[in-house]
Design a protein around this ligand. Structure first.
Ligand code: NAP
Length: 276
């Protein structure tokens, strides 16, 4: 069961600040959007599909949150710059970028097509770089800011049929450490979060391995199988929830994150350490 964390953050902790969250309309990104908005931040949700970004905006606005949404494909560097400039112009600042957008699917490396490789690396790694580079001048001009990118743990070990995503996320880790050092003089803190398994709709679709692959179908629809997986493979005994990840993003965005940069926070109930 998810801990009752409702009282951890003060309701106005991030009031007056502005966040841009790529992929903020579904799954983990939506959990991050919800929590930051509930702490008073203005949240801009950016992704490709209106059924994600518009419906999330409507859902959050109905709770009284300050939220807007905009169409964005993070692979398109020019569009990324337009979106960042329009957010900065409209709100006069941009305090937090959350690089959460990603694409993923299982595919054997021997037959992975160049387009499939390109699509995932372009969304996960190029997208993270495009967005980070675009917010740099805005954050520099305002005297600082925070970037939090979403990584994973699968590249800490070999993970068959995931060469594209593991390579891209290893790149995100490298980018996080390098930008942290390079942009510290501008007071831009650059960190990453590495979630363990969180059964979002997106990941359930992406992580359904072919039966003959021998890879465990960890997101099998049957609740009983999911319970068994959590008991046997996640030391803390439960699946993750978007809120588990959102809490760390809120912490990093808060004054408590002032002296944290270049860190990659694994939030996975101990799963990757215990993986067998
Ligand atoms: P998800 O719901 O599928 O989220 C992916 C989001 O990215 C969607 O909102 C999607 O919105 C957006 N997106 C995809 N391509 C995009 C593009 N080219 N430009 C802009 N936005 C794009 O999956 P999730 O499980 O919440 O994953 C969120 C993040 O956590 C990802 O970075 C993922 O790698 C990471 N992660 C997840 C898990 C897990 O177990 N769930 C574990 C480790 C890491 P549109 O379709 O509207 O563009």
């Amino acid at each position: 069961m998810l801990a009752d964390d409702a009282s951890v953050f003060r309701p106005d902790l991030l009031r007056g600040q502005v966040a841009l969250i790529t992929g903020g309309g579904s799954g983990i990104g939506l959990g991050i959007s919800e929590l930051l908005a509930s702490l008073g931040m203005h949240v801009v949700i950016a992704s490709r599909k209106p059924e994600h970004f518009d419906s999330a905006r409507e859902q959050l606005a109905a709770t009284g949150a300050s939220v807007s949404s905009i169409a964005l494909d993070v692979r398109n560097q020019e569009r990324v710059k337009e979106v960042v400039d329009s957010v900065a112009q409209q709100h006069g600042r941009l305090d937090l970028l959350v690089n959460n957008a990603a694409g993923n699917f299982y595919a054997p490396s021997a037959t992975l097509s160049p387009n499939a490789w390109k699509a995932v690396v372009e969304i996960d790694l190029y997208g993270t770089f495009h967005c980070s580079q675009a917010v740099y001048p805005v954050m520099k001009a305002q005297g600082g800011g925070r970037i939090v990118s979403t990584s994973m743990t699968l590249h800490y070990r070999g993970w068959p049929q995931m060469a594209h995503a593991t390579a891209a996320k290893a790149g995100v880790d490298a980018l996080t450490r390098t930008l942290a050092v390079e942009w510290a003089p501008e007071r831009i803190r650059v960190n990453a979060i590495a979630p363990g398994p969180i059964p979002t709709d997106g990941v359930r679709k992406a992580f359904t391995p072919l039966p003959e692959s021998g890879i465990p179908d960890v997101f099998a629809a049957a609740t009983e199988r999911m319970d068994t997986y959590a008991r046997d493979h996640i030391p803390l005994g439960r699946w993750g929830a978007p809120r588990d990840i959102a809490n760390m993003v809120a912490y990093l965005a808060s004054p408590a994150g002032d002296w944290i940069t270049g860190a990659i926070f694994v939030i996975d109930g101990g799963e990757w350490l215990a993986k067998n």
